[in-house]
Design a protein around this ligand. Structure first.
Ligand SMILES: C[S@@+](CC[C@H](N)C(=O)[O-])C[C@H]1O[C@@H](n2cnc3c(N)ncnc32)[C@H](O)[C@@H]1O
Length: 396
């Protein structure tokens, strides 16, 4: 493909990604993979170049653009070599008209930035779109962090995460045989902090209410040396199905899974009411703390979708609270930096549940900032994904 044809292909893929973002369709990676399958004539160099145009444009443009071309023109304004490819050559983009619209650039719309936790300063926004490192977590039963240091000497320890080892972005760590042997997992430091903050220990009875594919469930199993019973739940069958093979690889033997029906979660967990020593709720959210990995998430966030997340979170935290044994703890986590999903959610929970208290000693020294009655982690301050965490203790 010519450089201009690659650029035109990137524009067409961006059209599809923007439409999917508006309509709640497939994620960008899925659309990109499908578009490449449909263009079998594209070689690996073409694919790399197209991918880089697409993701550079997504990072630059702050919300779903009116067209892929408007997004690419915004990128071309900053890159004369790219601008020169709008030359009207066969299969390439048409020349730029004098009055052509550009997509708006920046981190997010001012209305969305207004929703961030008030702790977040303007100096923190750049890191929210910078490339994320690749963080690994030692699987305790199968190894130590020293093993990771020997396997990947180019890495470094992660502050406050005793099992964490940080590598440069895009390191092909999972191709190392030690991954298939279950000696480590790929897991961002924020998820490691969240799992440790649950304060789980051997012999506890633990419910992971929104376990997904089990990233944090496995971290909790590792922290308890596989000596606690963990019930991993989710409403998404495809995600939950990933957990048993992952648990087997990690030699985690005490994780059971339970697929829940939306709206019937409490009834389907009736046997756990008031029995769990720990409940972990990694709630569905805007994902606004993970824009550095999935920048197109900010193209997807609408006021209506945010309202739905906030309502789901409140419902899930109430369902989770009913599972907690007297004196037990509930860890509420969202990979979000939006105050309504974080500190406000916890304030409202504590108003609805007299007798519950928020813990203030849940993170390692130097990690996170107190945000209301929970803690905020951000890429700029903590070097990890943006997260809000709160640990709540039930009355005895
Ligand atoms: C942030 S993800 C969890 C990620 C997971 N904990 C991990 O570490 O990989 C949120 C999960 O909540 C699940 N979810 C959404 N609504 C739910 C509900 N009503 N009950 C249980 N899980 C739900 C989603 O399917 C999704 O897997």
């Amino acid at each position: 493909m010519t450089p201009a044809a690659r650029l035109q292909t990137a524009i067409e893929i961006l059209d599809a990604i923007a439409a999917a973002a508006r309509e709640g369709g497939a994620p960008a990676d899925t659309i990109f993979a499908g578009a490449m399958r449909a263009r079998r004539y594209a070689g690996s160099k073409d694919r790399r170049a197209i991918r880089s145009h697409v993701y550079d444009a997504i990072r630059l443009v702050r919300s779903a653009p009116p067209s892929g071309r408007a997004a690419m023109l915004a990128l071309a304004d900053r890159d004369p070599a790219l601008a020169a490819l709008f030359d009207g050559s066969p299969y390439g983009p048409a020349p730029v008209a004098s009055d052509e619209a550009r997509a708006e650039t920046g981190l997010a719309s001012p209305a969305l930035i207004d929703l961030f936790d008030p702790l977040i300063g303007a100096d923190e926004t750049e890191a929210m779109l910078a490339r994320a490192p690749l963080d690994l977590r030692t699987n305790r039963p199968a190894g130590t962090r020293d093993d990771l240091a020997a396997l990947f000497p180019e890495g470094q320890a992660i502050a406050g995460a005793p099992d964490g080892w940080r590598l440069p972005p895009e390191t092909a760590a999972v191709q190392n045989p030690a991954y298939a042997e279950g000696r480590f997992e790929v897991q961002d430091a924020a998820s490691q902090y969240a799992s440790s903050a649950l304060d789980a220990a051997p012999d506890m009875a633990i419910v992971d209410l929104c376990a997904g594919g089990g990233g944090k469930t496995l971290a909790i199993a590792s922290l308890t040396a596989d000596r606690a019973d963990i019930l991993a739940c989710d409403v998404n069958r495809a995600r939950l199905r990933q957990l048993p093979p992952r648990a087997e690889r990690a030699s985690a033997t005490r994780i059971a899974t339970r697929l829940l029906d939306p709206g019937k979660e409490a009834a389907m967990l009736a046997d756990w009411q008031g029995r769990a020593t720990r409940v972990f709720i990694d709630a569905p959210c805007s994902g606004s703390g993970t824009w550095r990995r999935s920048p197109e998430l900010r193209w997807r966030l609408t006021p209506a979708r945010l309202d739905r997340h906030v309502a789901d979170q409140a419902r899930l935290v109430d369902i989770g609270a009913d599972l907690v044994a007297p004196g037990g703890k509930l860890l509420y986590a969202v990979c979000s930096i939006i105050a309504r999903e974080g500190r406000a959610q916890v304030d409202e929970f504590l108003n609805r549940h007299p007798g519950w208290t928020a813990d203030d000693d849940m993170l390692p020294a130097g990690i996170g900032r107190a945000a209301g009655r929970g803690f905020l982690l951000t890429p700029a301050r903590d070097g990890c994904d943006g997260f809000f965490l709160a640990r709540l203790t039930a009355p005895c």
